[in-house]
Design a protein around this ligand. Structure first.
Ligand code: ADP
Ligand code: MG
Length: 323
């Protein structure tokens, strides 16, 4: 937008200067900030900050409206992808939803990448077997995609259903790209859109897009407070790009996320996902994965628009994710 920060109500030259110093250079950057973040950097009250953010949102024309009947028509198409685990599916109201971002967060080794691999296999099955007859796009930022693991999981499903499934065919329907930095990662969503259009034409619609891991590059590249606003703005753009992809192709979006320790937590779990309020507000479902005994993992549904919180226990085995 061509508007300057000083044109926002409540922003004088001094405040505008402080905002710019902290990296809030544009109306858009202010529009996606949190009141606390803005209040801190500009040394203003939180309610003033909230008013400034609202004005910036209106000025930046963030969002756009569609009527309820259009939303309803699209919602009717929502598909549910099985996790392969009974309790887990039940907790999710049948499975992982399309047209939504499902965030998997947890410590190293908690099973995020394993679950992502399993979904990349399950989504290719027919509806009778909990799949969506879909192909998969993977944006791999940590070089953790393993075709060998996919093959093991396909073998696992062959045994589970007594069917002869060809691992090679499953691998041919998974399109993997390495993301080398956060800008590349954002651009890959555009490439994914082009690819998904082609695949749709070929009768191989993409029903699952995986970003593993969502935050690794952003975290590594943006250290220190000065660049936080810039990072959050880019992250916001990325998350909305992913949501749009999910709506456009009726696909499940899976993002994995790291945790950091919360030094101020005296009670409860001392970890929380990284990415701040942008990731928190844009992810439709948030799942917290924890290690338990041996191959057992506890998956907690932390946030959902329409389902109660809950926990499910799954096992990560050579054959894949099981009850
Ligand atoms: P992260 O949450 O860091 O992405 P992963 O999904 O990579 O964690 O989980 C790694 C864990 O998955 C390993 O520690 C191991 O317990 C389990 N795992 C990985 N590969 C196999 C396999 N082939 N057979 C059984 N378990 C496996
Ligand atoms: Mg991983």
């Amino acid at each position: 937008s061509e508007m300057s920060l000083e044109e926002l109500p409540g922003v004088g030259p001094a405040t505008a200067e402080k905002l710019k110093e902290a990296g809030f250079n544009t109306i858009e950057a202010v529009a996606v900030a949190s009141p606390a973040e803005l209040a801190n950097t500009a040394e203003i009250g939180e309610s003033t900050a909230a008013k400034i953010i609202n004005a910036a949102r209106q000025a930046a024309d963030i969002g756009g409206f569609e009527t309820g009947d259009v939303v309803l028509e699209r919602r009717k198409l929502v598909g549910k992808l099985t996790t392969g685990c009974t309790e887990f599916d039940e907790m999710m109201g049948g499975g992982i939803e399309t047209q939504a971002i499902t965030e998997l967060y947890g410590e190293f080794g908690s099973g995020k990448t394993q679950l992502a691999h399993q979904l990349a296999v399950n989504v290719q099955m027919d509806r009778e077997h909990g799949g969506l007859n879909g192909s998969v796009i993977v944006i791999d930022t940590e070089n953790t995609f393993r075709p060998e693991r996919i093959a093991q999981m396909v073998k696992g499903l062959s045994e589970k259903y007594g069917m002869e499934l060809d691992p090679e065919e499953f691998l041919q329907n998974i399109h993997v790209a390495r993301a080398y930095n956060s800008n590349h990662q954002i651009l890959l969503v555009d490439s994914a859109t082009d690819l998904a259009n082609e695949l749709r034409e070929m009768g191989k619609p993409v029903r699952l897009l995986i970003v593993d891991s969502l935050m690794a590059h952003f975290r590594a590249e943006y250290v220190g407070r000065g660049t936080l606003a810039d990072r959050q703005q880019k992250l916001n753009k990325h998350m909305h790009g992913l949501l749009r992809f999910g709506d456009l192709f009726n696909a499940c979006i899976i993002v994995t996320n790291q945790v950091m320790s919360k030094p101020d937590a005296f009670f409860g779990d001392p970890t929380r996902p990284v990415g701040g309020h942008i990731v928190g507000h844009t992810a439709t479902f948030r799942l917290y994965l924890r290690k338990s005994k041996g191959e057992k993992r506890i998956i907690r549904l932390v946030d959902s628009p329409n389902l109660p919180e809950g926990e499910a226990i799954v096992a990560v085995t050579t054959a894949g994710l099981t009850d």
